[in-house]
Design a protein around this ligand. Structure first.
Ligand SMILES: [Zn+2]
Length: 151
């Protein structure tokens, strides 16, 4: 169940590396089309680089995927991200109507896809994406640990 998402997670990890270069928390994301392999959009944290508080990897990847498709509905798509989404990104994922969220490392302090909250699967919402967690979890957690250790 997790294995098919490994190649896409490696792309998200490469994005995470670009975030660290700009002094941002190393989190990366890609949005895959309904075929599960075509990358429609990619993003990494750019909060420090752009001064935009909403410039999280997931939000940027969703915006780029929507721009590529020419519409806001990302039905059938999958968002793959190295770290469990926060509340803002979980909300954006629900709004985008993606079918699936795949993430690597859990975020016990701020995760909103199963750890601290479970916004994406809240039964009160009418759209609830499937969640696959723990894909390359250790590899995804490593750059984060190194980043915060270096601070
Ligand atoms: Zn976020």
């Amino acid at each position: 169940m997790r294995d098919p998402w490994r190649p896409a997670m490696r792309l998200a990890l490469a994005e995470a590396g670009r975030a660290a270069l700009g002094g941002d928390v190393p989190v990366g994301a890609v949005v895959l089309g309904p075929d599960g392999t075509t990358v429609l959009g990619a993003g990494h944290n750019e909060r420090e680089a752009t001064g935009d508080p909403t410039a999280h990897a997931e939000v940027l990847a969703l915006r780029r995927a929507a721009a590529a498709l020419g519409e806001w509905r990302l039905t059938g798509c999958t968002l793959v991200v190295t770290l469990e989404p926060c509340t803002m990104c979980a909300g954006a994922l629900v709004q985008s109507r993606v079918d699936r969220v795949v993430y690597g490392a859990r975020d016990d302090k701020a995760g909103a896809a199963g750890s601290l909250w479970d916004v994406v699967r809240d039964r009160r919402l009418n759209h609830r994406p499937e969640v696959v967690e723990g894909v390359l979890a250790e590899e995804c957690a490593r750059p984060l640990t190194e980043f915060f250790r270096g601070r």
